[in-house]
Write a protein that binds this ligand. Sequence first.
Ligand code: MLT
Length: 396
Amino acid sequence: MAEINPYLSNLSKKYLFPLIEERLHDLLLKEPNADVIRLGVGDIALPLCQSIVEGIKQAADEMGTNPHGYGPCNGFSILRERIAKLEYTSFGISSDEIFISDGINADVCAARELFARNQKIGIIDPAYPLYLDLTRSIDNSEITLIPLLEENGFLPIPPATGLNLVYLCSPHNPTGTAMTRENLSLWVNWALKHQAILFFDAAYQAFITDNDIPKTIYEIEGAKKVAIEFRSFSKSAGFTGLRLGYCIVPFELQASGFPLNPLWQKRQDIKTNGVSYISQMAGIAALSEKGLQETKEQVALYKEEGFRIKAALQAAGFTCYGGVNAPYIWVKIEGLSSWDVFDLFLYKHHILSIPGVGFGKFGEGFIRLSSFVTKDTVDKFILRIPQIKESLCELI
Ligand code: MLT
């Protein structure tokens, strides 16, 4: 008899994002005409930039005349070389340390496969729910939650004792805050001391505008010995539907004396056939001079909407964090559970958010709003703030 994976089947809750979609579906069944303002999942709201659309069309034409079959499983060298040149030249990372994938989720799952079962794993809390659910779905690894607290500016503090693997994310989803150079250095030094590996999720790096926030962990001395960095085109260039990402596995990175770069290559050779030609060509278009200009402007538009959401809430007396170097605003609402606030926003005011506790127990007392929205959406949201305020005052 086939036996199922007990760790996967024992996961108690549904995954966060389908849960949110279910509640939205529930509302729309009851009120099909509800004009829902979607500030929930961080999905794109603007069309792909023109240069990317042209890149896709050109790639499709090529496939219709002179088709490309299987490509290299770690991605076309032209794309990897472009990424290395644009993003990593100053940090001595070469194209052979870059592995192309269909996004960060796939890479984070792949990264876990490189290490033994039953490790000591550190996970920041609140965090992107994949880290915890992935960890629990595999084995009995000992999990240490690393709280991100308001009083610490939501910066993670390394634990006194060692761990084997730690998930970090900056700019951070969901609080919208970002690790400073000093904070990230603490982690790199801690990992060097304890021979730990850091999984550094940099999905939102394109939103960084403050100079004291590192855009890559490799800005920190020693990081190449301890960190795998994950990046994506989803948030920087609107590829959530196209799928394209990459991770950096430096040559210097080792675990129990084994270099991880060739191990990752071996894993990719066995388990993937690479990413679609069209997505990779779209990625090259996004990294062309025109593509970089257009995507930068698009990110700036999302950032502008984030500033407006945050400013309007603050003017109404809400305490808000994030929204400066990241596309998320973390709103503090005390006196109700974050699921109650989520329900109030959705069912009474037709605003889709994400409850903070969905990202971990230290997210209780907050909700997350996404700034991946258009100006019209934010205009409508701002008009609803006085009614939200009134309902909250009645309840708290
Ligand atoms: C989020 O809303 O947290 C993410 O954008 C969803 C995702 O990237 O999977």
